[in-house]
Design a protein around this ligand. Structure first.
Ligand code: ZN
Length: 98
C-alpha cells in the first residue's frame, strides 16, 4: 500500500484528531486511514434522515441542494448519511430522501 506523509499539522488539530481516534478506539494511523478512505470513497453515502436545525443561526446561508438563501424564518435541516456524515444545510423542500 502507498504511504502518505503529512507534515506541519497544527498542534490543536493533532490533539483533536488523537482525541477522536481514542474515542473511536483506534490508533491515530487507523483513524486517519479510515478518514482518508471515507473521503476517497466513490460509493454514494445515502442520507438516512434529516433533523431540523435551530432557526436564525443559518440566516443568509444557502441550501446545499437548491441554493436558496435562508431567510429569517426559514426551516433549516441537516441530513445524516448511512456513514454518519452530516450534510447540508437543506431547505424544507430539499430535506427529503426521495
Ligand atoms: Zn433546497
Amino acid at each position: 500500500m502507498p504511504d502518505i506523509l503529512i507534515r506541519d499539522v497544527p498542534p490543536d488539530t493533532a490533539r483533536v484528531l488523537d482525541a477522536n481516534a481514542r474515542h473511536a478506539g483506534k490508533s491515530r494511523q487507523e483513524y486517519l486511514a479510515a478518514l482518508l478512505a471515507d473521503a476517497a470513497s466513490t460509493d454514494p453515502d445515502m442520507v438516512v434522515g434529516f433533523w431540523e436545525a435551530v432557526r436564525g443561526e443559518m440566516l443568509c446561508s444557502k441550501c446545499a441542494d437548491c441554493g436558496a438563501t435562508f431567510g429569517l424564518n426559514a426551516r433549516v435541516f441537516v441530513g445524516m448519511t448511512r456513514g454518519y456524515r452530516l450534510m447540508g444545510p437543506f431547505c424544507q423542500h430539499c430535506a427529503t430522501t426521495d
